[in-house]
Design a protein around this ligand. Structure first.
Ligand code: PAF
Length: 287
């Protein structure tokens, strides 16, 4: 579809009507859920959807239930004009951008209990986060029943939570996880990168350096998780990144800690650089 035909839906009934008519035309529907403040990472998901689907829907909704009261919900970047311009240029068919009350009316009280894979890592530091993510993603899957939904590997644990939820609840959607998109110096793209001061922006490169060093060590034959983890911590500390929530190696499917890297594994990091919490990860080469 061309730029002019992008449809912006703000209500549940409107978005359901659009999806129903795409379905009636037997279109393969791709869904890209976002919180807006779009960057190349998001746009890569849209391009992936455009490549394999006939109808691409993007949602823009800063979901309050995945933020704790101490997190950045109210100051989360909102760049709606730029977002819509980028989505028009990519030829997106439908953008769903509801107000909070449309998805969480006063009487709202039902939440998804997220799968066990939500417990470690982010689950330890952001206890309610995945309950909010699973709830909004299921609501979006119900409102915009798609053939394929696209998520970025940057939020590795989120992808696993969604995969497990889809499997456990028999949700008829295929999940595609797209690679992390990085700045030229390696920093994983994130809507929160814009919070970084120039000095912190330099420091933040340590995250990608640490995960790529972990991959290099495993590629070179290191199998001891503790040794790989220590190298990641050393790189972060040397860069002056000392507030580390975790920098660790886990089973790629369950995200449980492992002693030996003898199965599909992933190195994951969550740290504060200045006041900004950043995450990164990389899959470790299989033995
Ligand atoms: O990854 C995100 O931007 C959000 O967690 C998501 C999946 C759109 C749910 O609010």
């Amino acid at each position: 579809m061309s730029e002019e035909t992008i449809h912006i839906a703000r209500t549940r009934s409107e978005v359901q009507r659009c999806i129903r008519s795409a379905r009636a035309e037997s279109k393969r529907i791709g869904l890209v859920p976002t919180m807006g403040a779009l960057h190349e990472g998001h746009l890569s998901l849209v391009r992936a959807a455009k490549r394999c689907c006939d109808f691409t829907a993007v949602t823009i909704f800063v979901n309050p239930t995945q933020f704790s009261p101490t997190e950045d919900f109210s100051k989360y970047p909102r760049t709606i004009d730029e977002d819509l311009k980028a989505l028009r240029e990519l030829g997106v068919d439908l953008v769903f951008m509801p107000e909070r009350e449309e998805l969480y009316p006063d009487r709202f009280s039902t939440y998804v209990l997220p799968p066990a894979v939500s417990d470690p890592l982010e689950g330890q530091f952001r206890p309610e986060h995945f309950r909010g993510v699973a709830t909004i993603v299921l609501k979006l899957f119900n409102l915009l029943p798609a053939d394929v939904a696209f998520f970025g590997q940057k939020d590795y644990q989120q992808c696993q939570v969604i995969r497990h939820m889809v499997e456990d609840l028999n949700i008829p959607v295929e999940i595609q996880v797209c690679p992390i998109v990085r700045e030229p110096d390696g920093l994983a793209m994130s809507s929160r990168n814009r919070y970084l001061s120039p000095e912190d922006r330099v420091r933040a490169v340590a995250l990608s350096e640490a995960v790529s060093e972990a991959a290099r060590l495993v590629q070179a034959g290191m199998t001891d998780s503790a040794a790989v983890t220590k190298c990641m911590h050393d790189i972060l500390h040397r860069a002056g990144v000392t507030k580390i929530d975790y920098a660790t190696v886990a089973d790629a499917c369950t995200l449980k800690p492992i002693d030996q890297i003898d199965r599909p594994a992933v190195a994951l990091i969550a740290v504060y650089v200045g006041a900004t919490r950043l995450i990164d990860n990389t899959l470790l080469p299989a033995k």
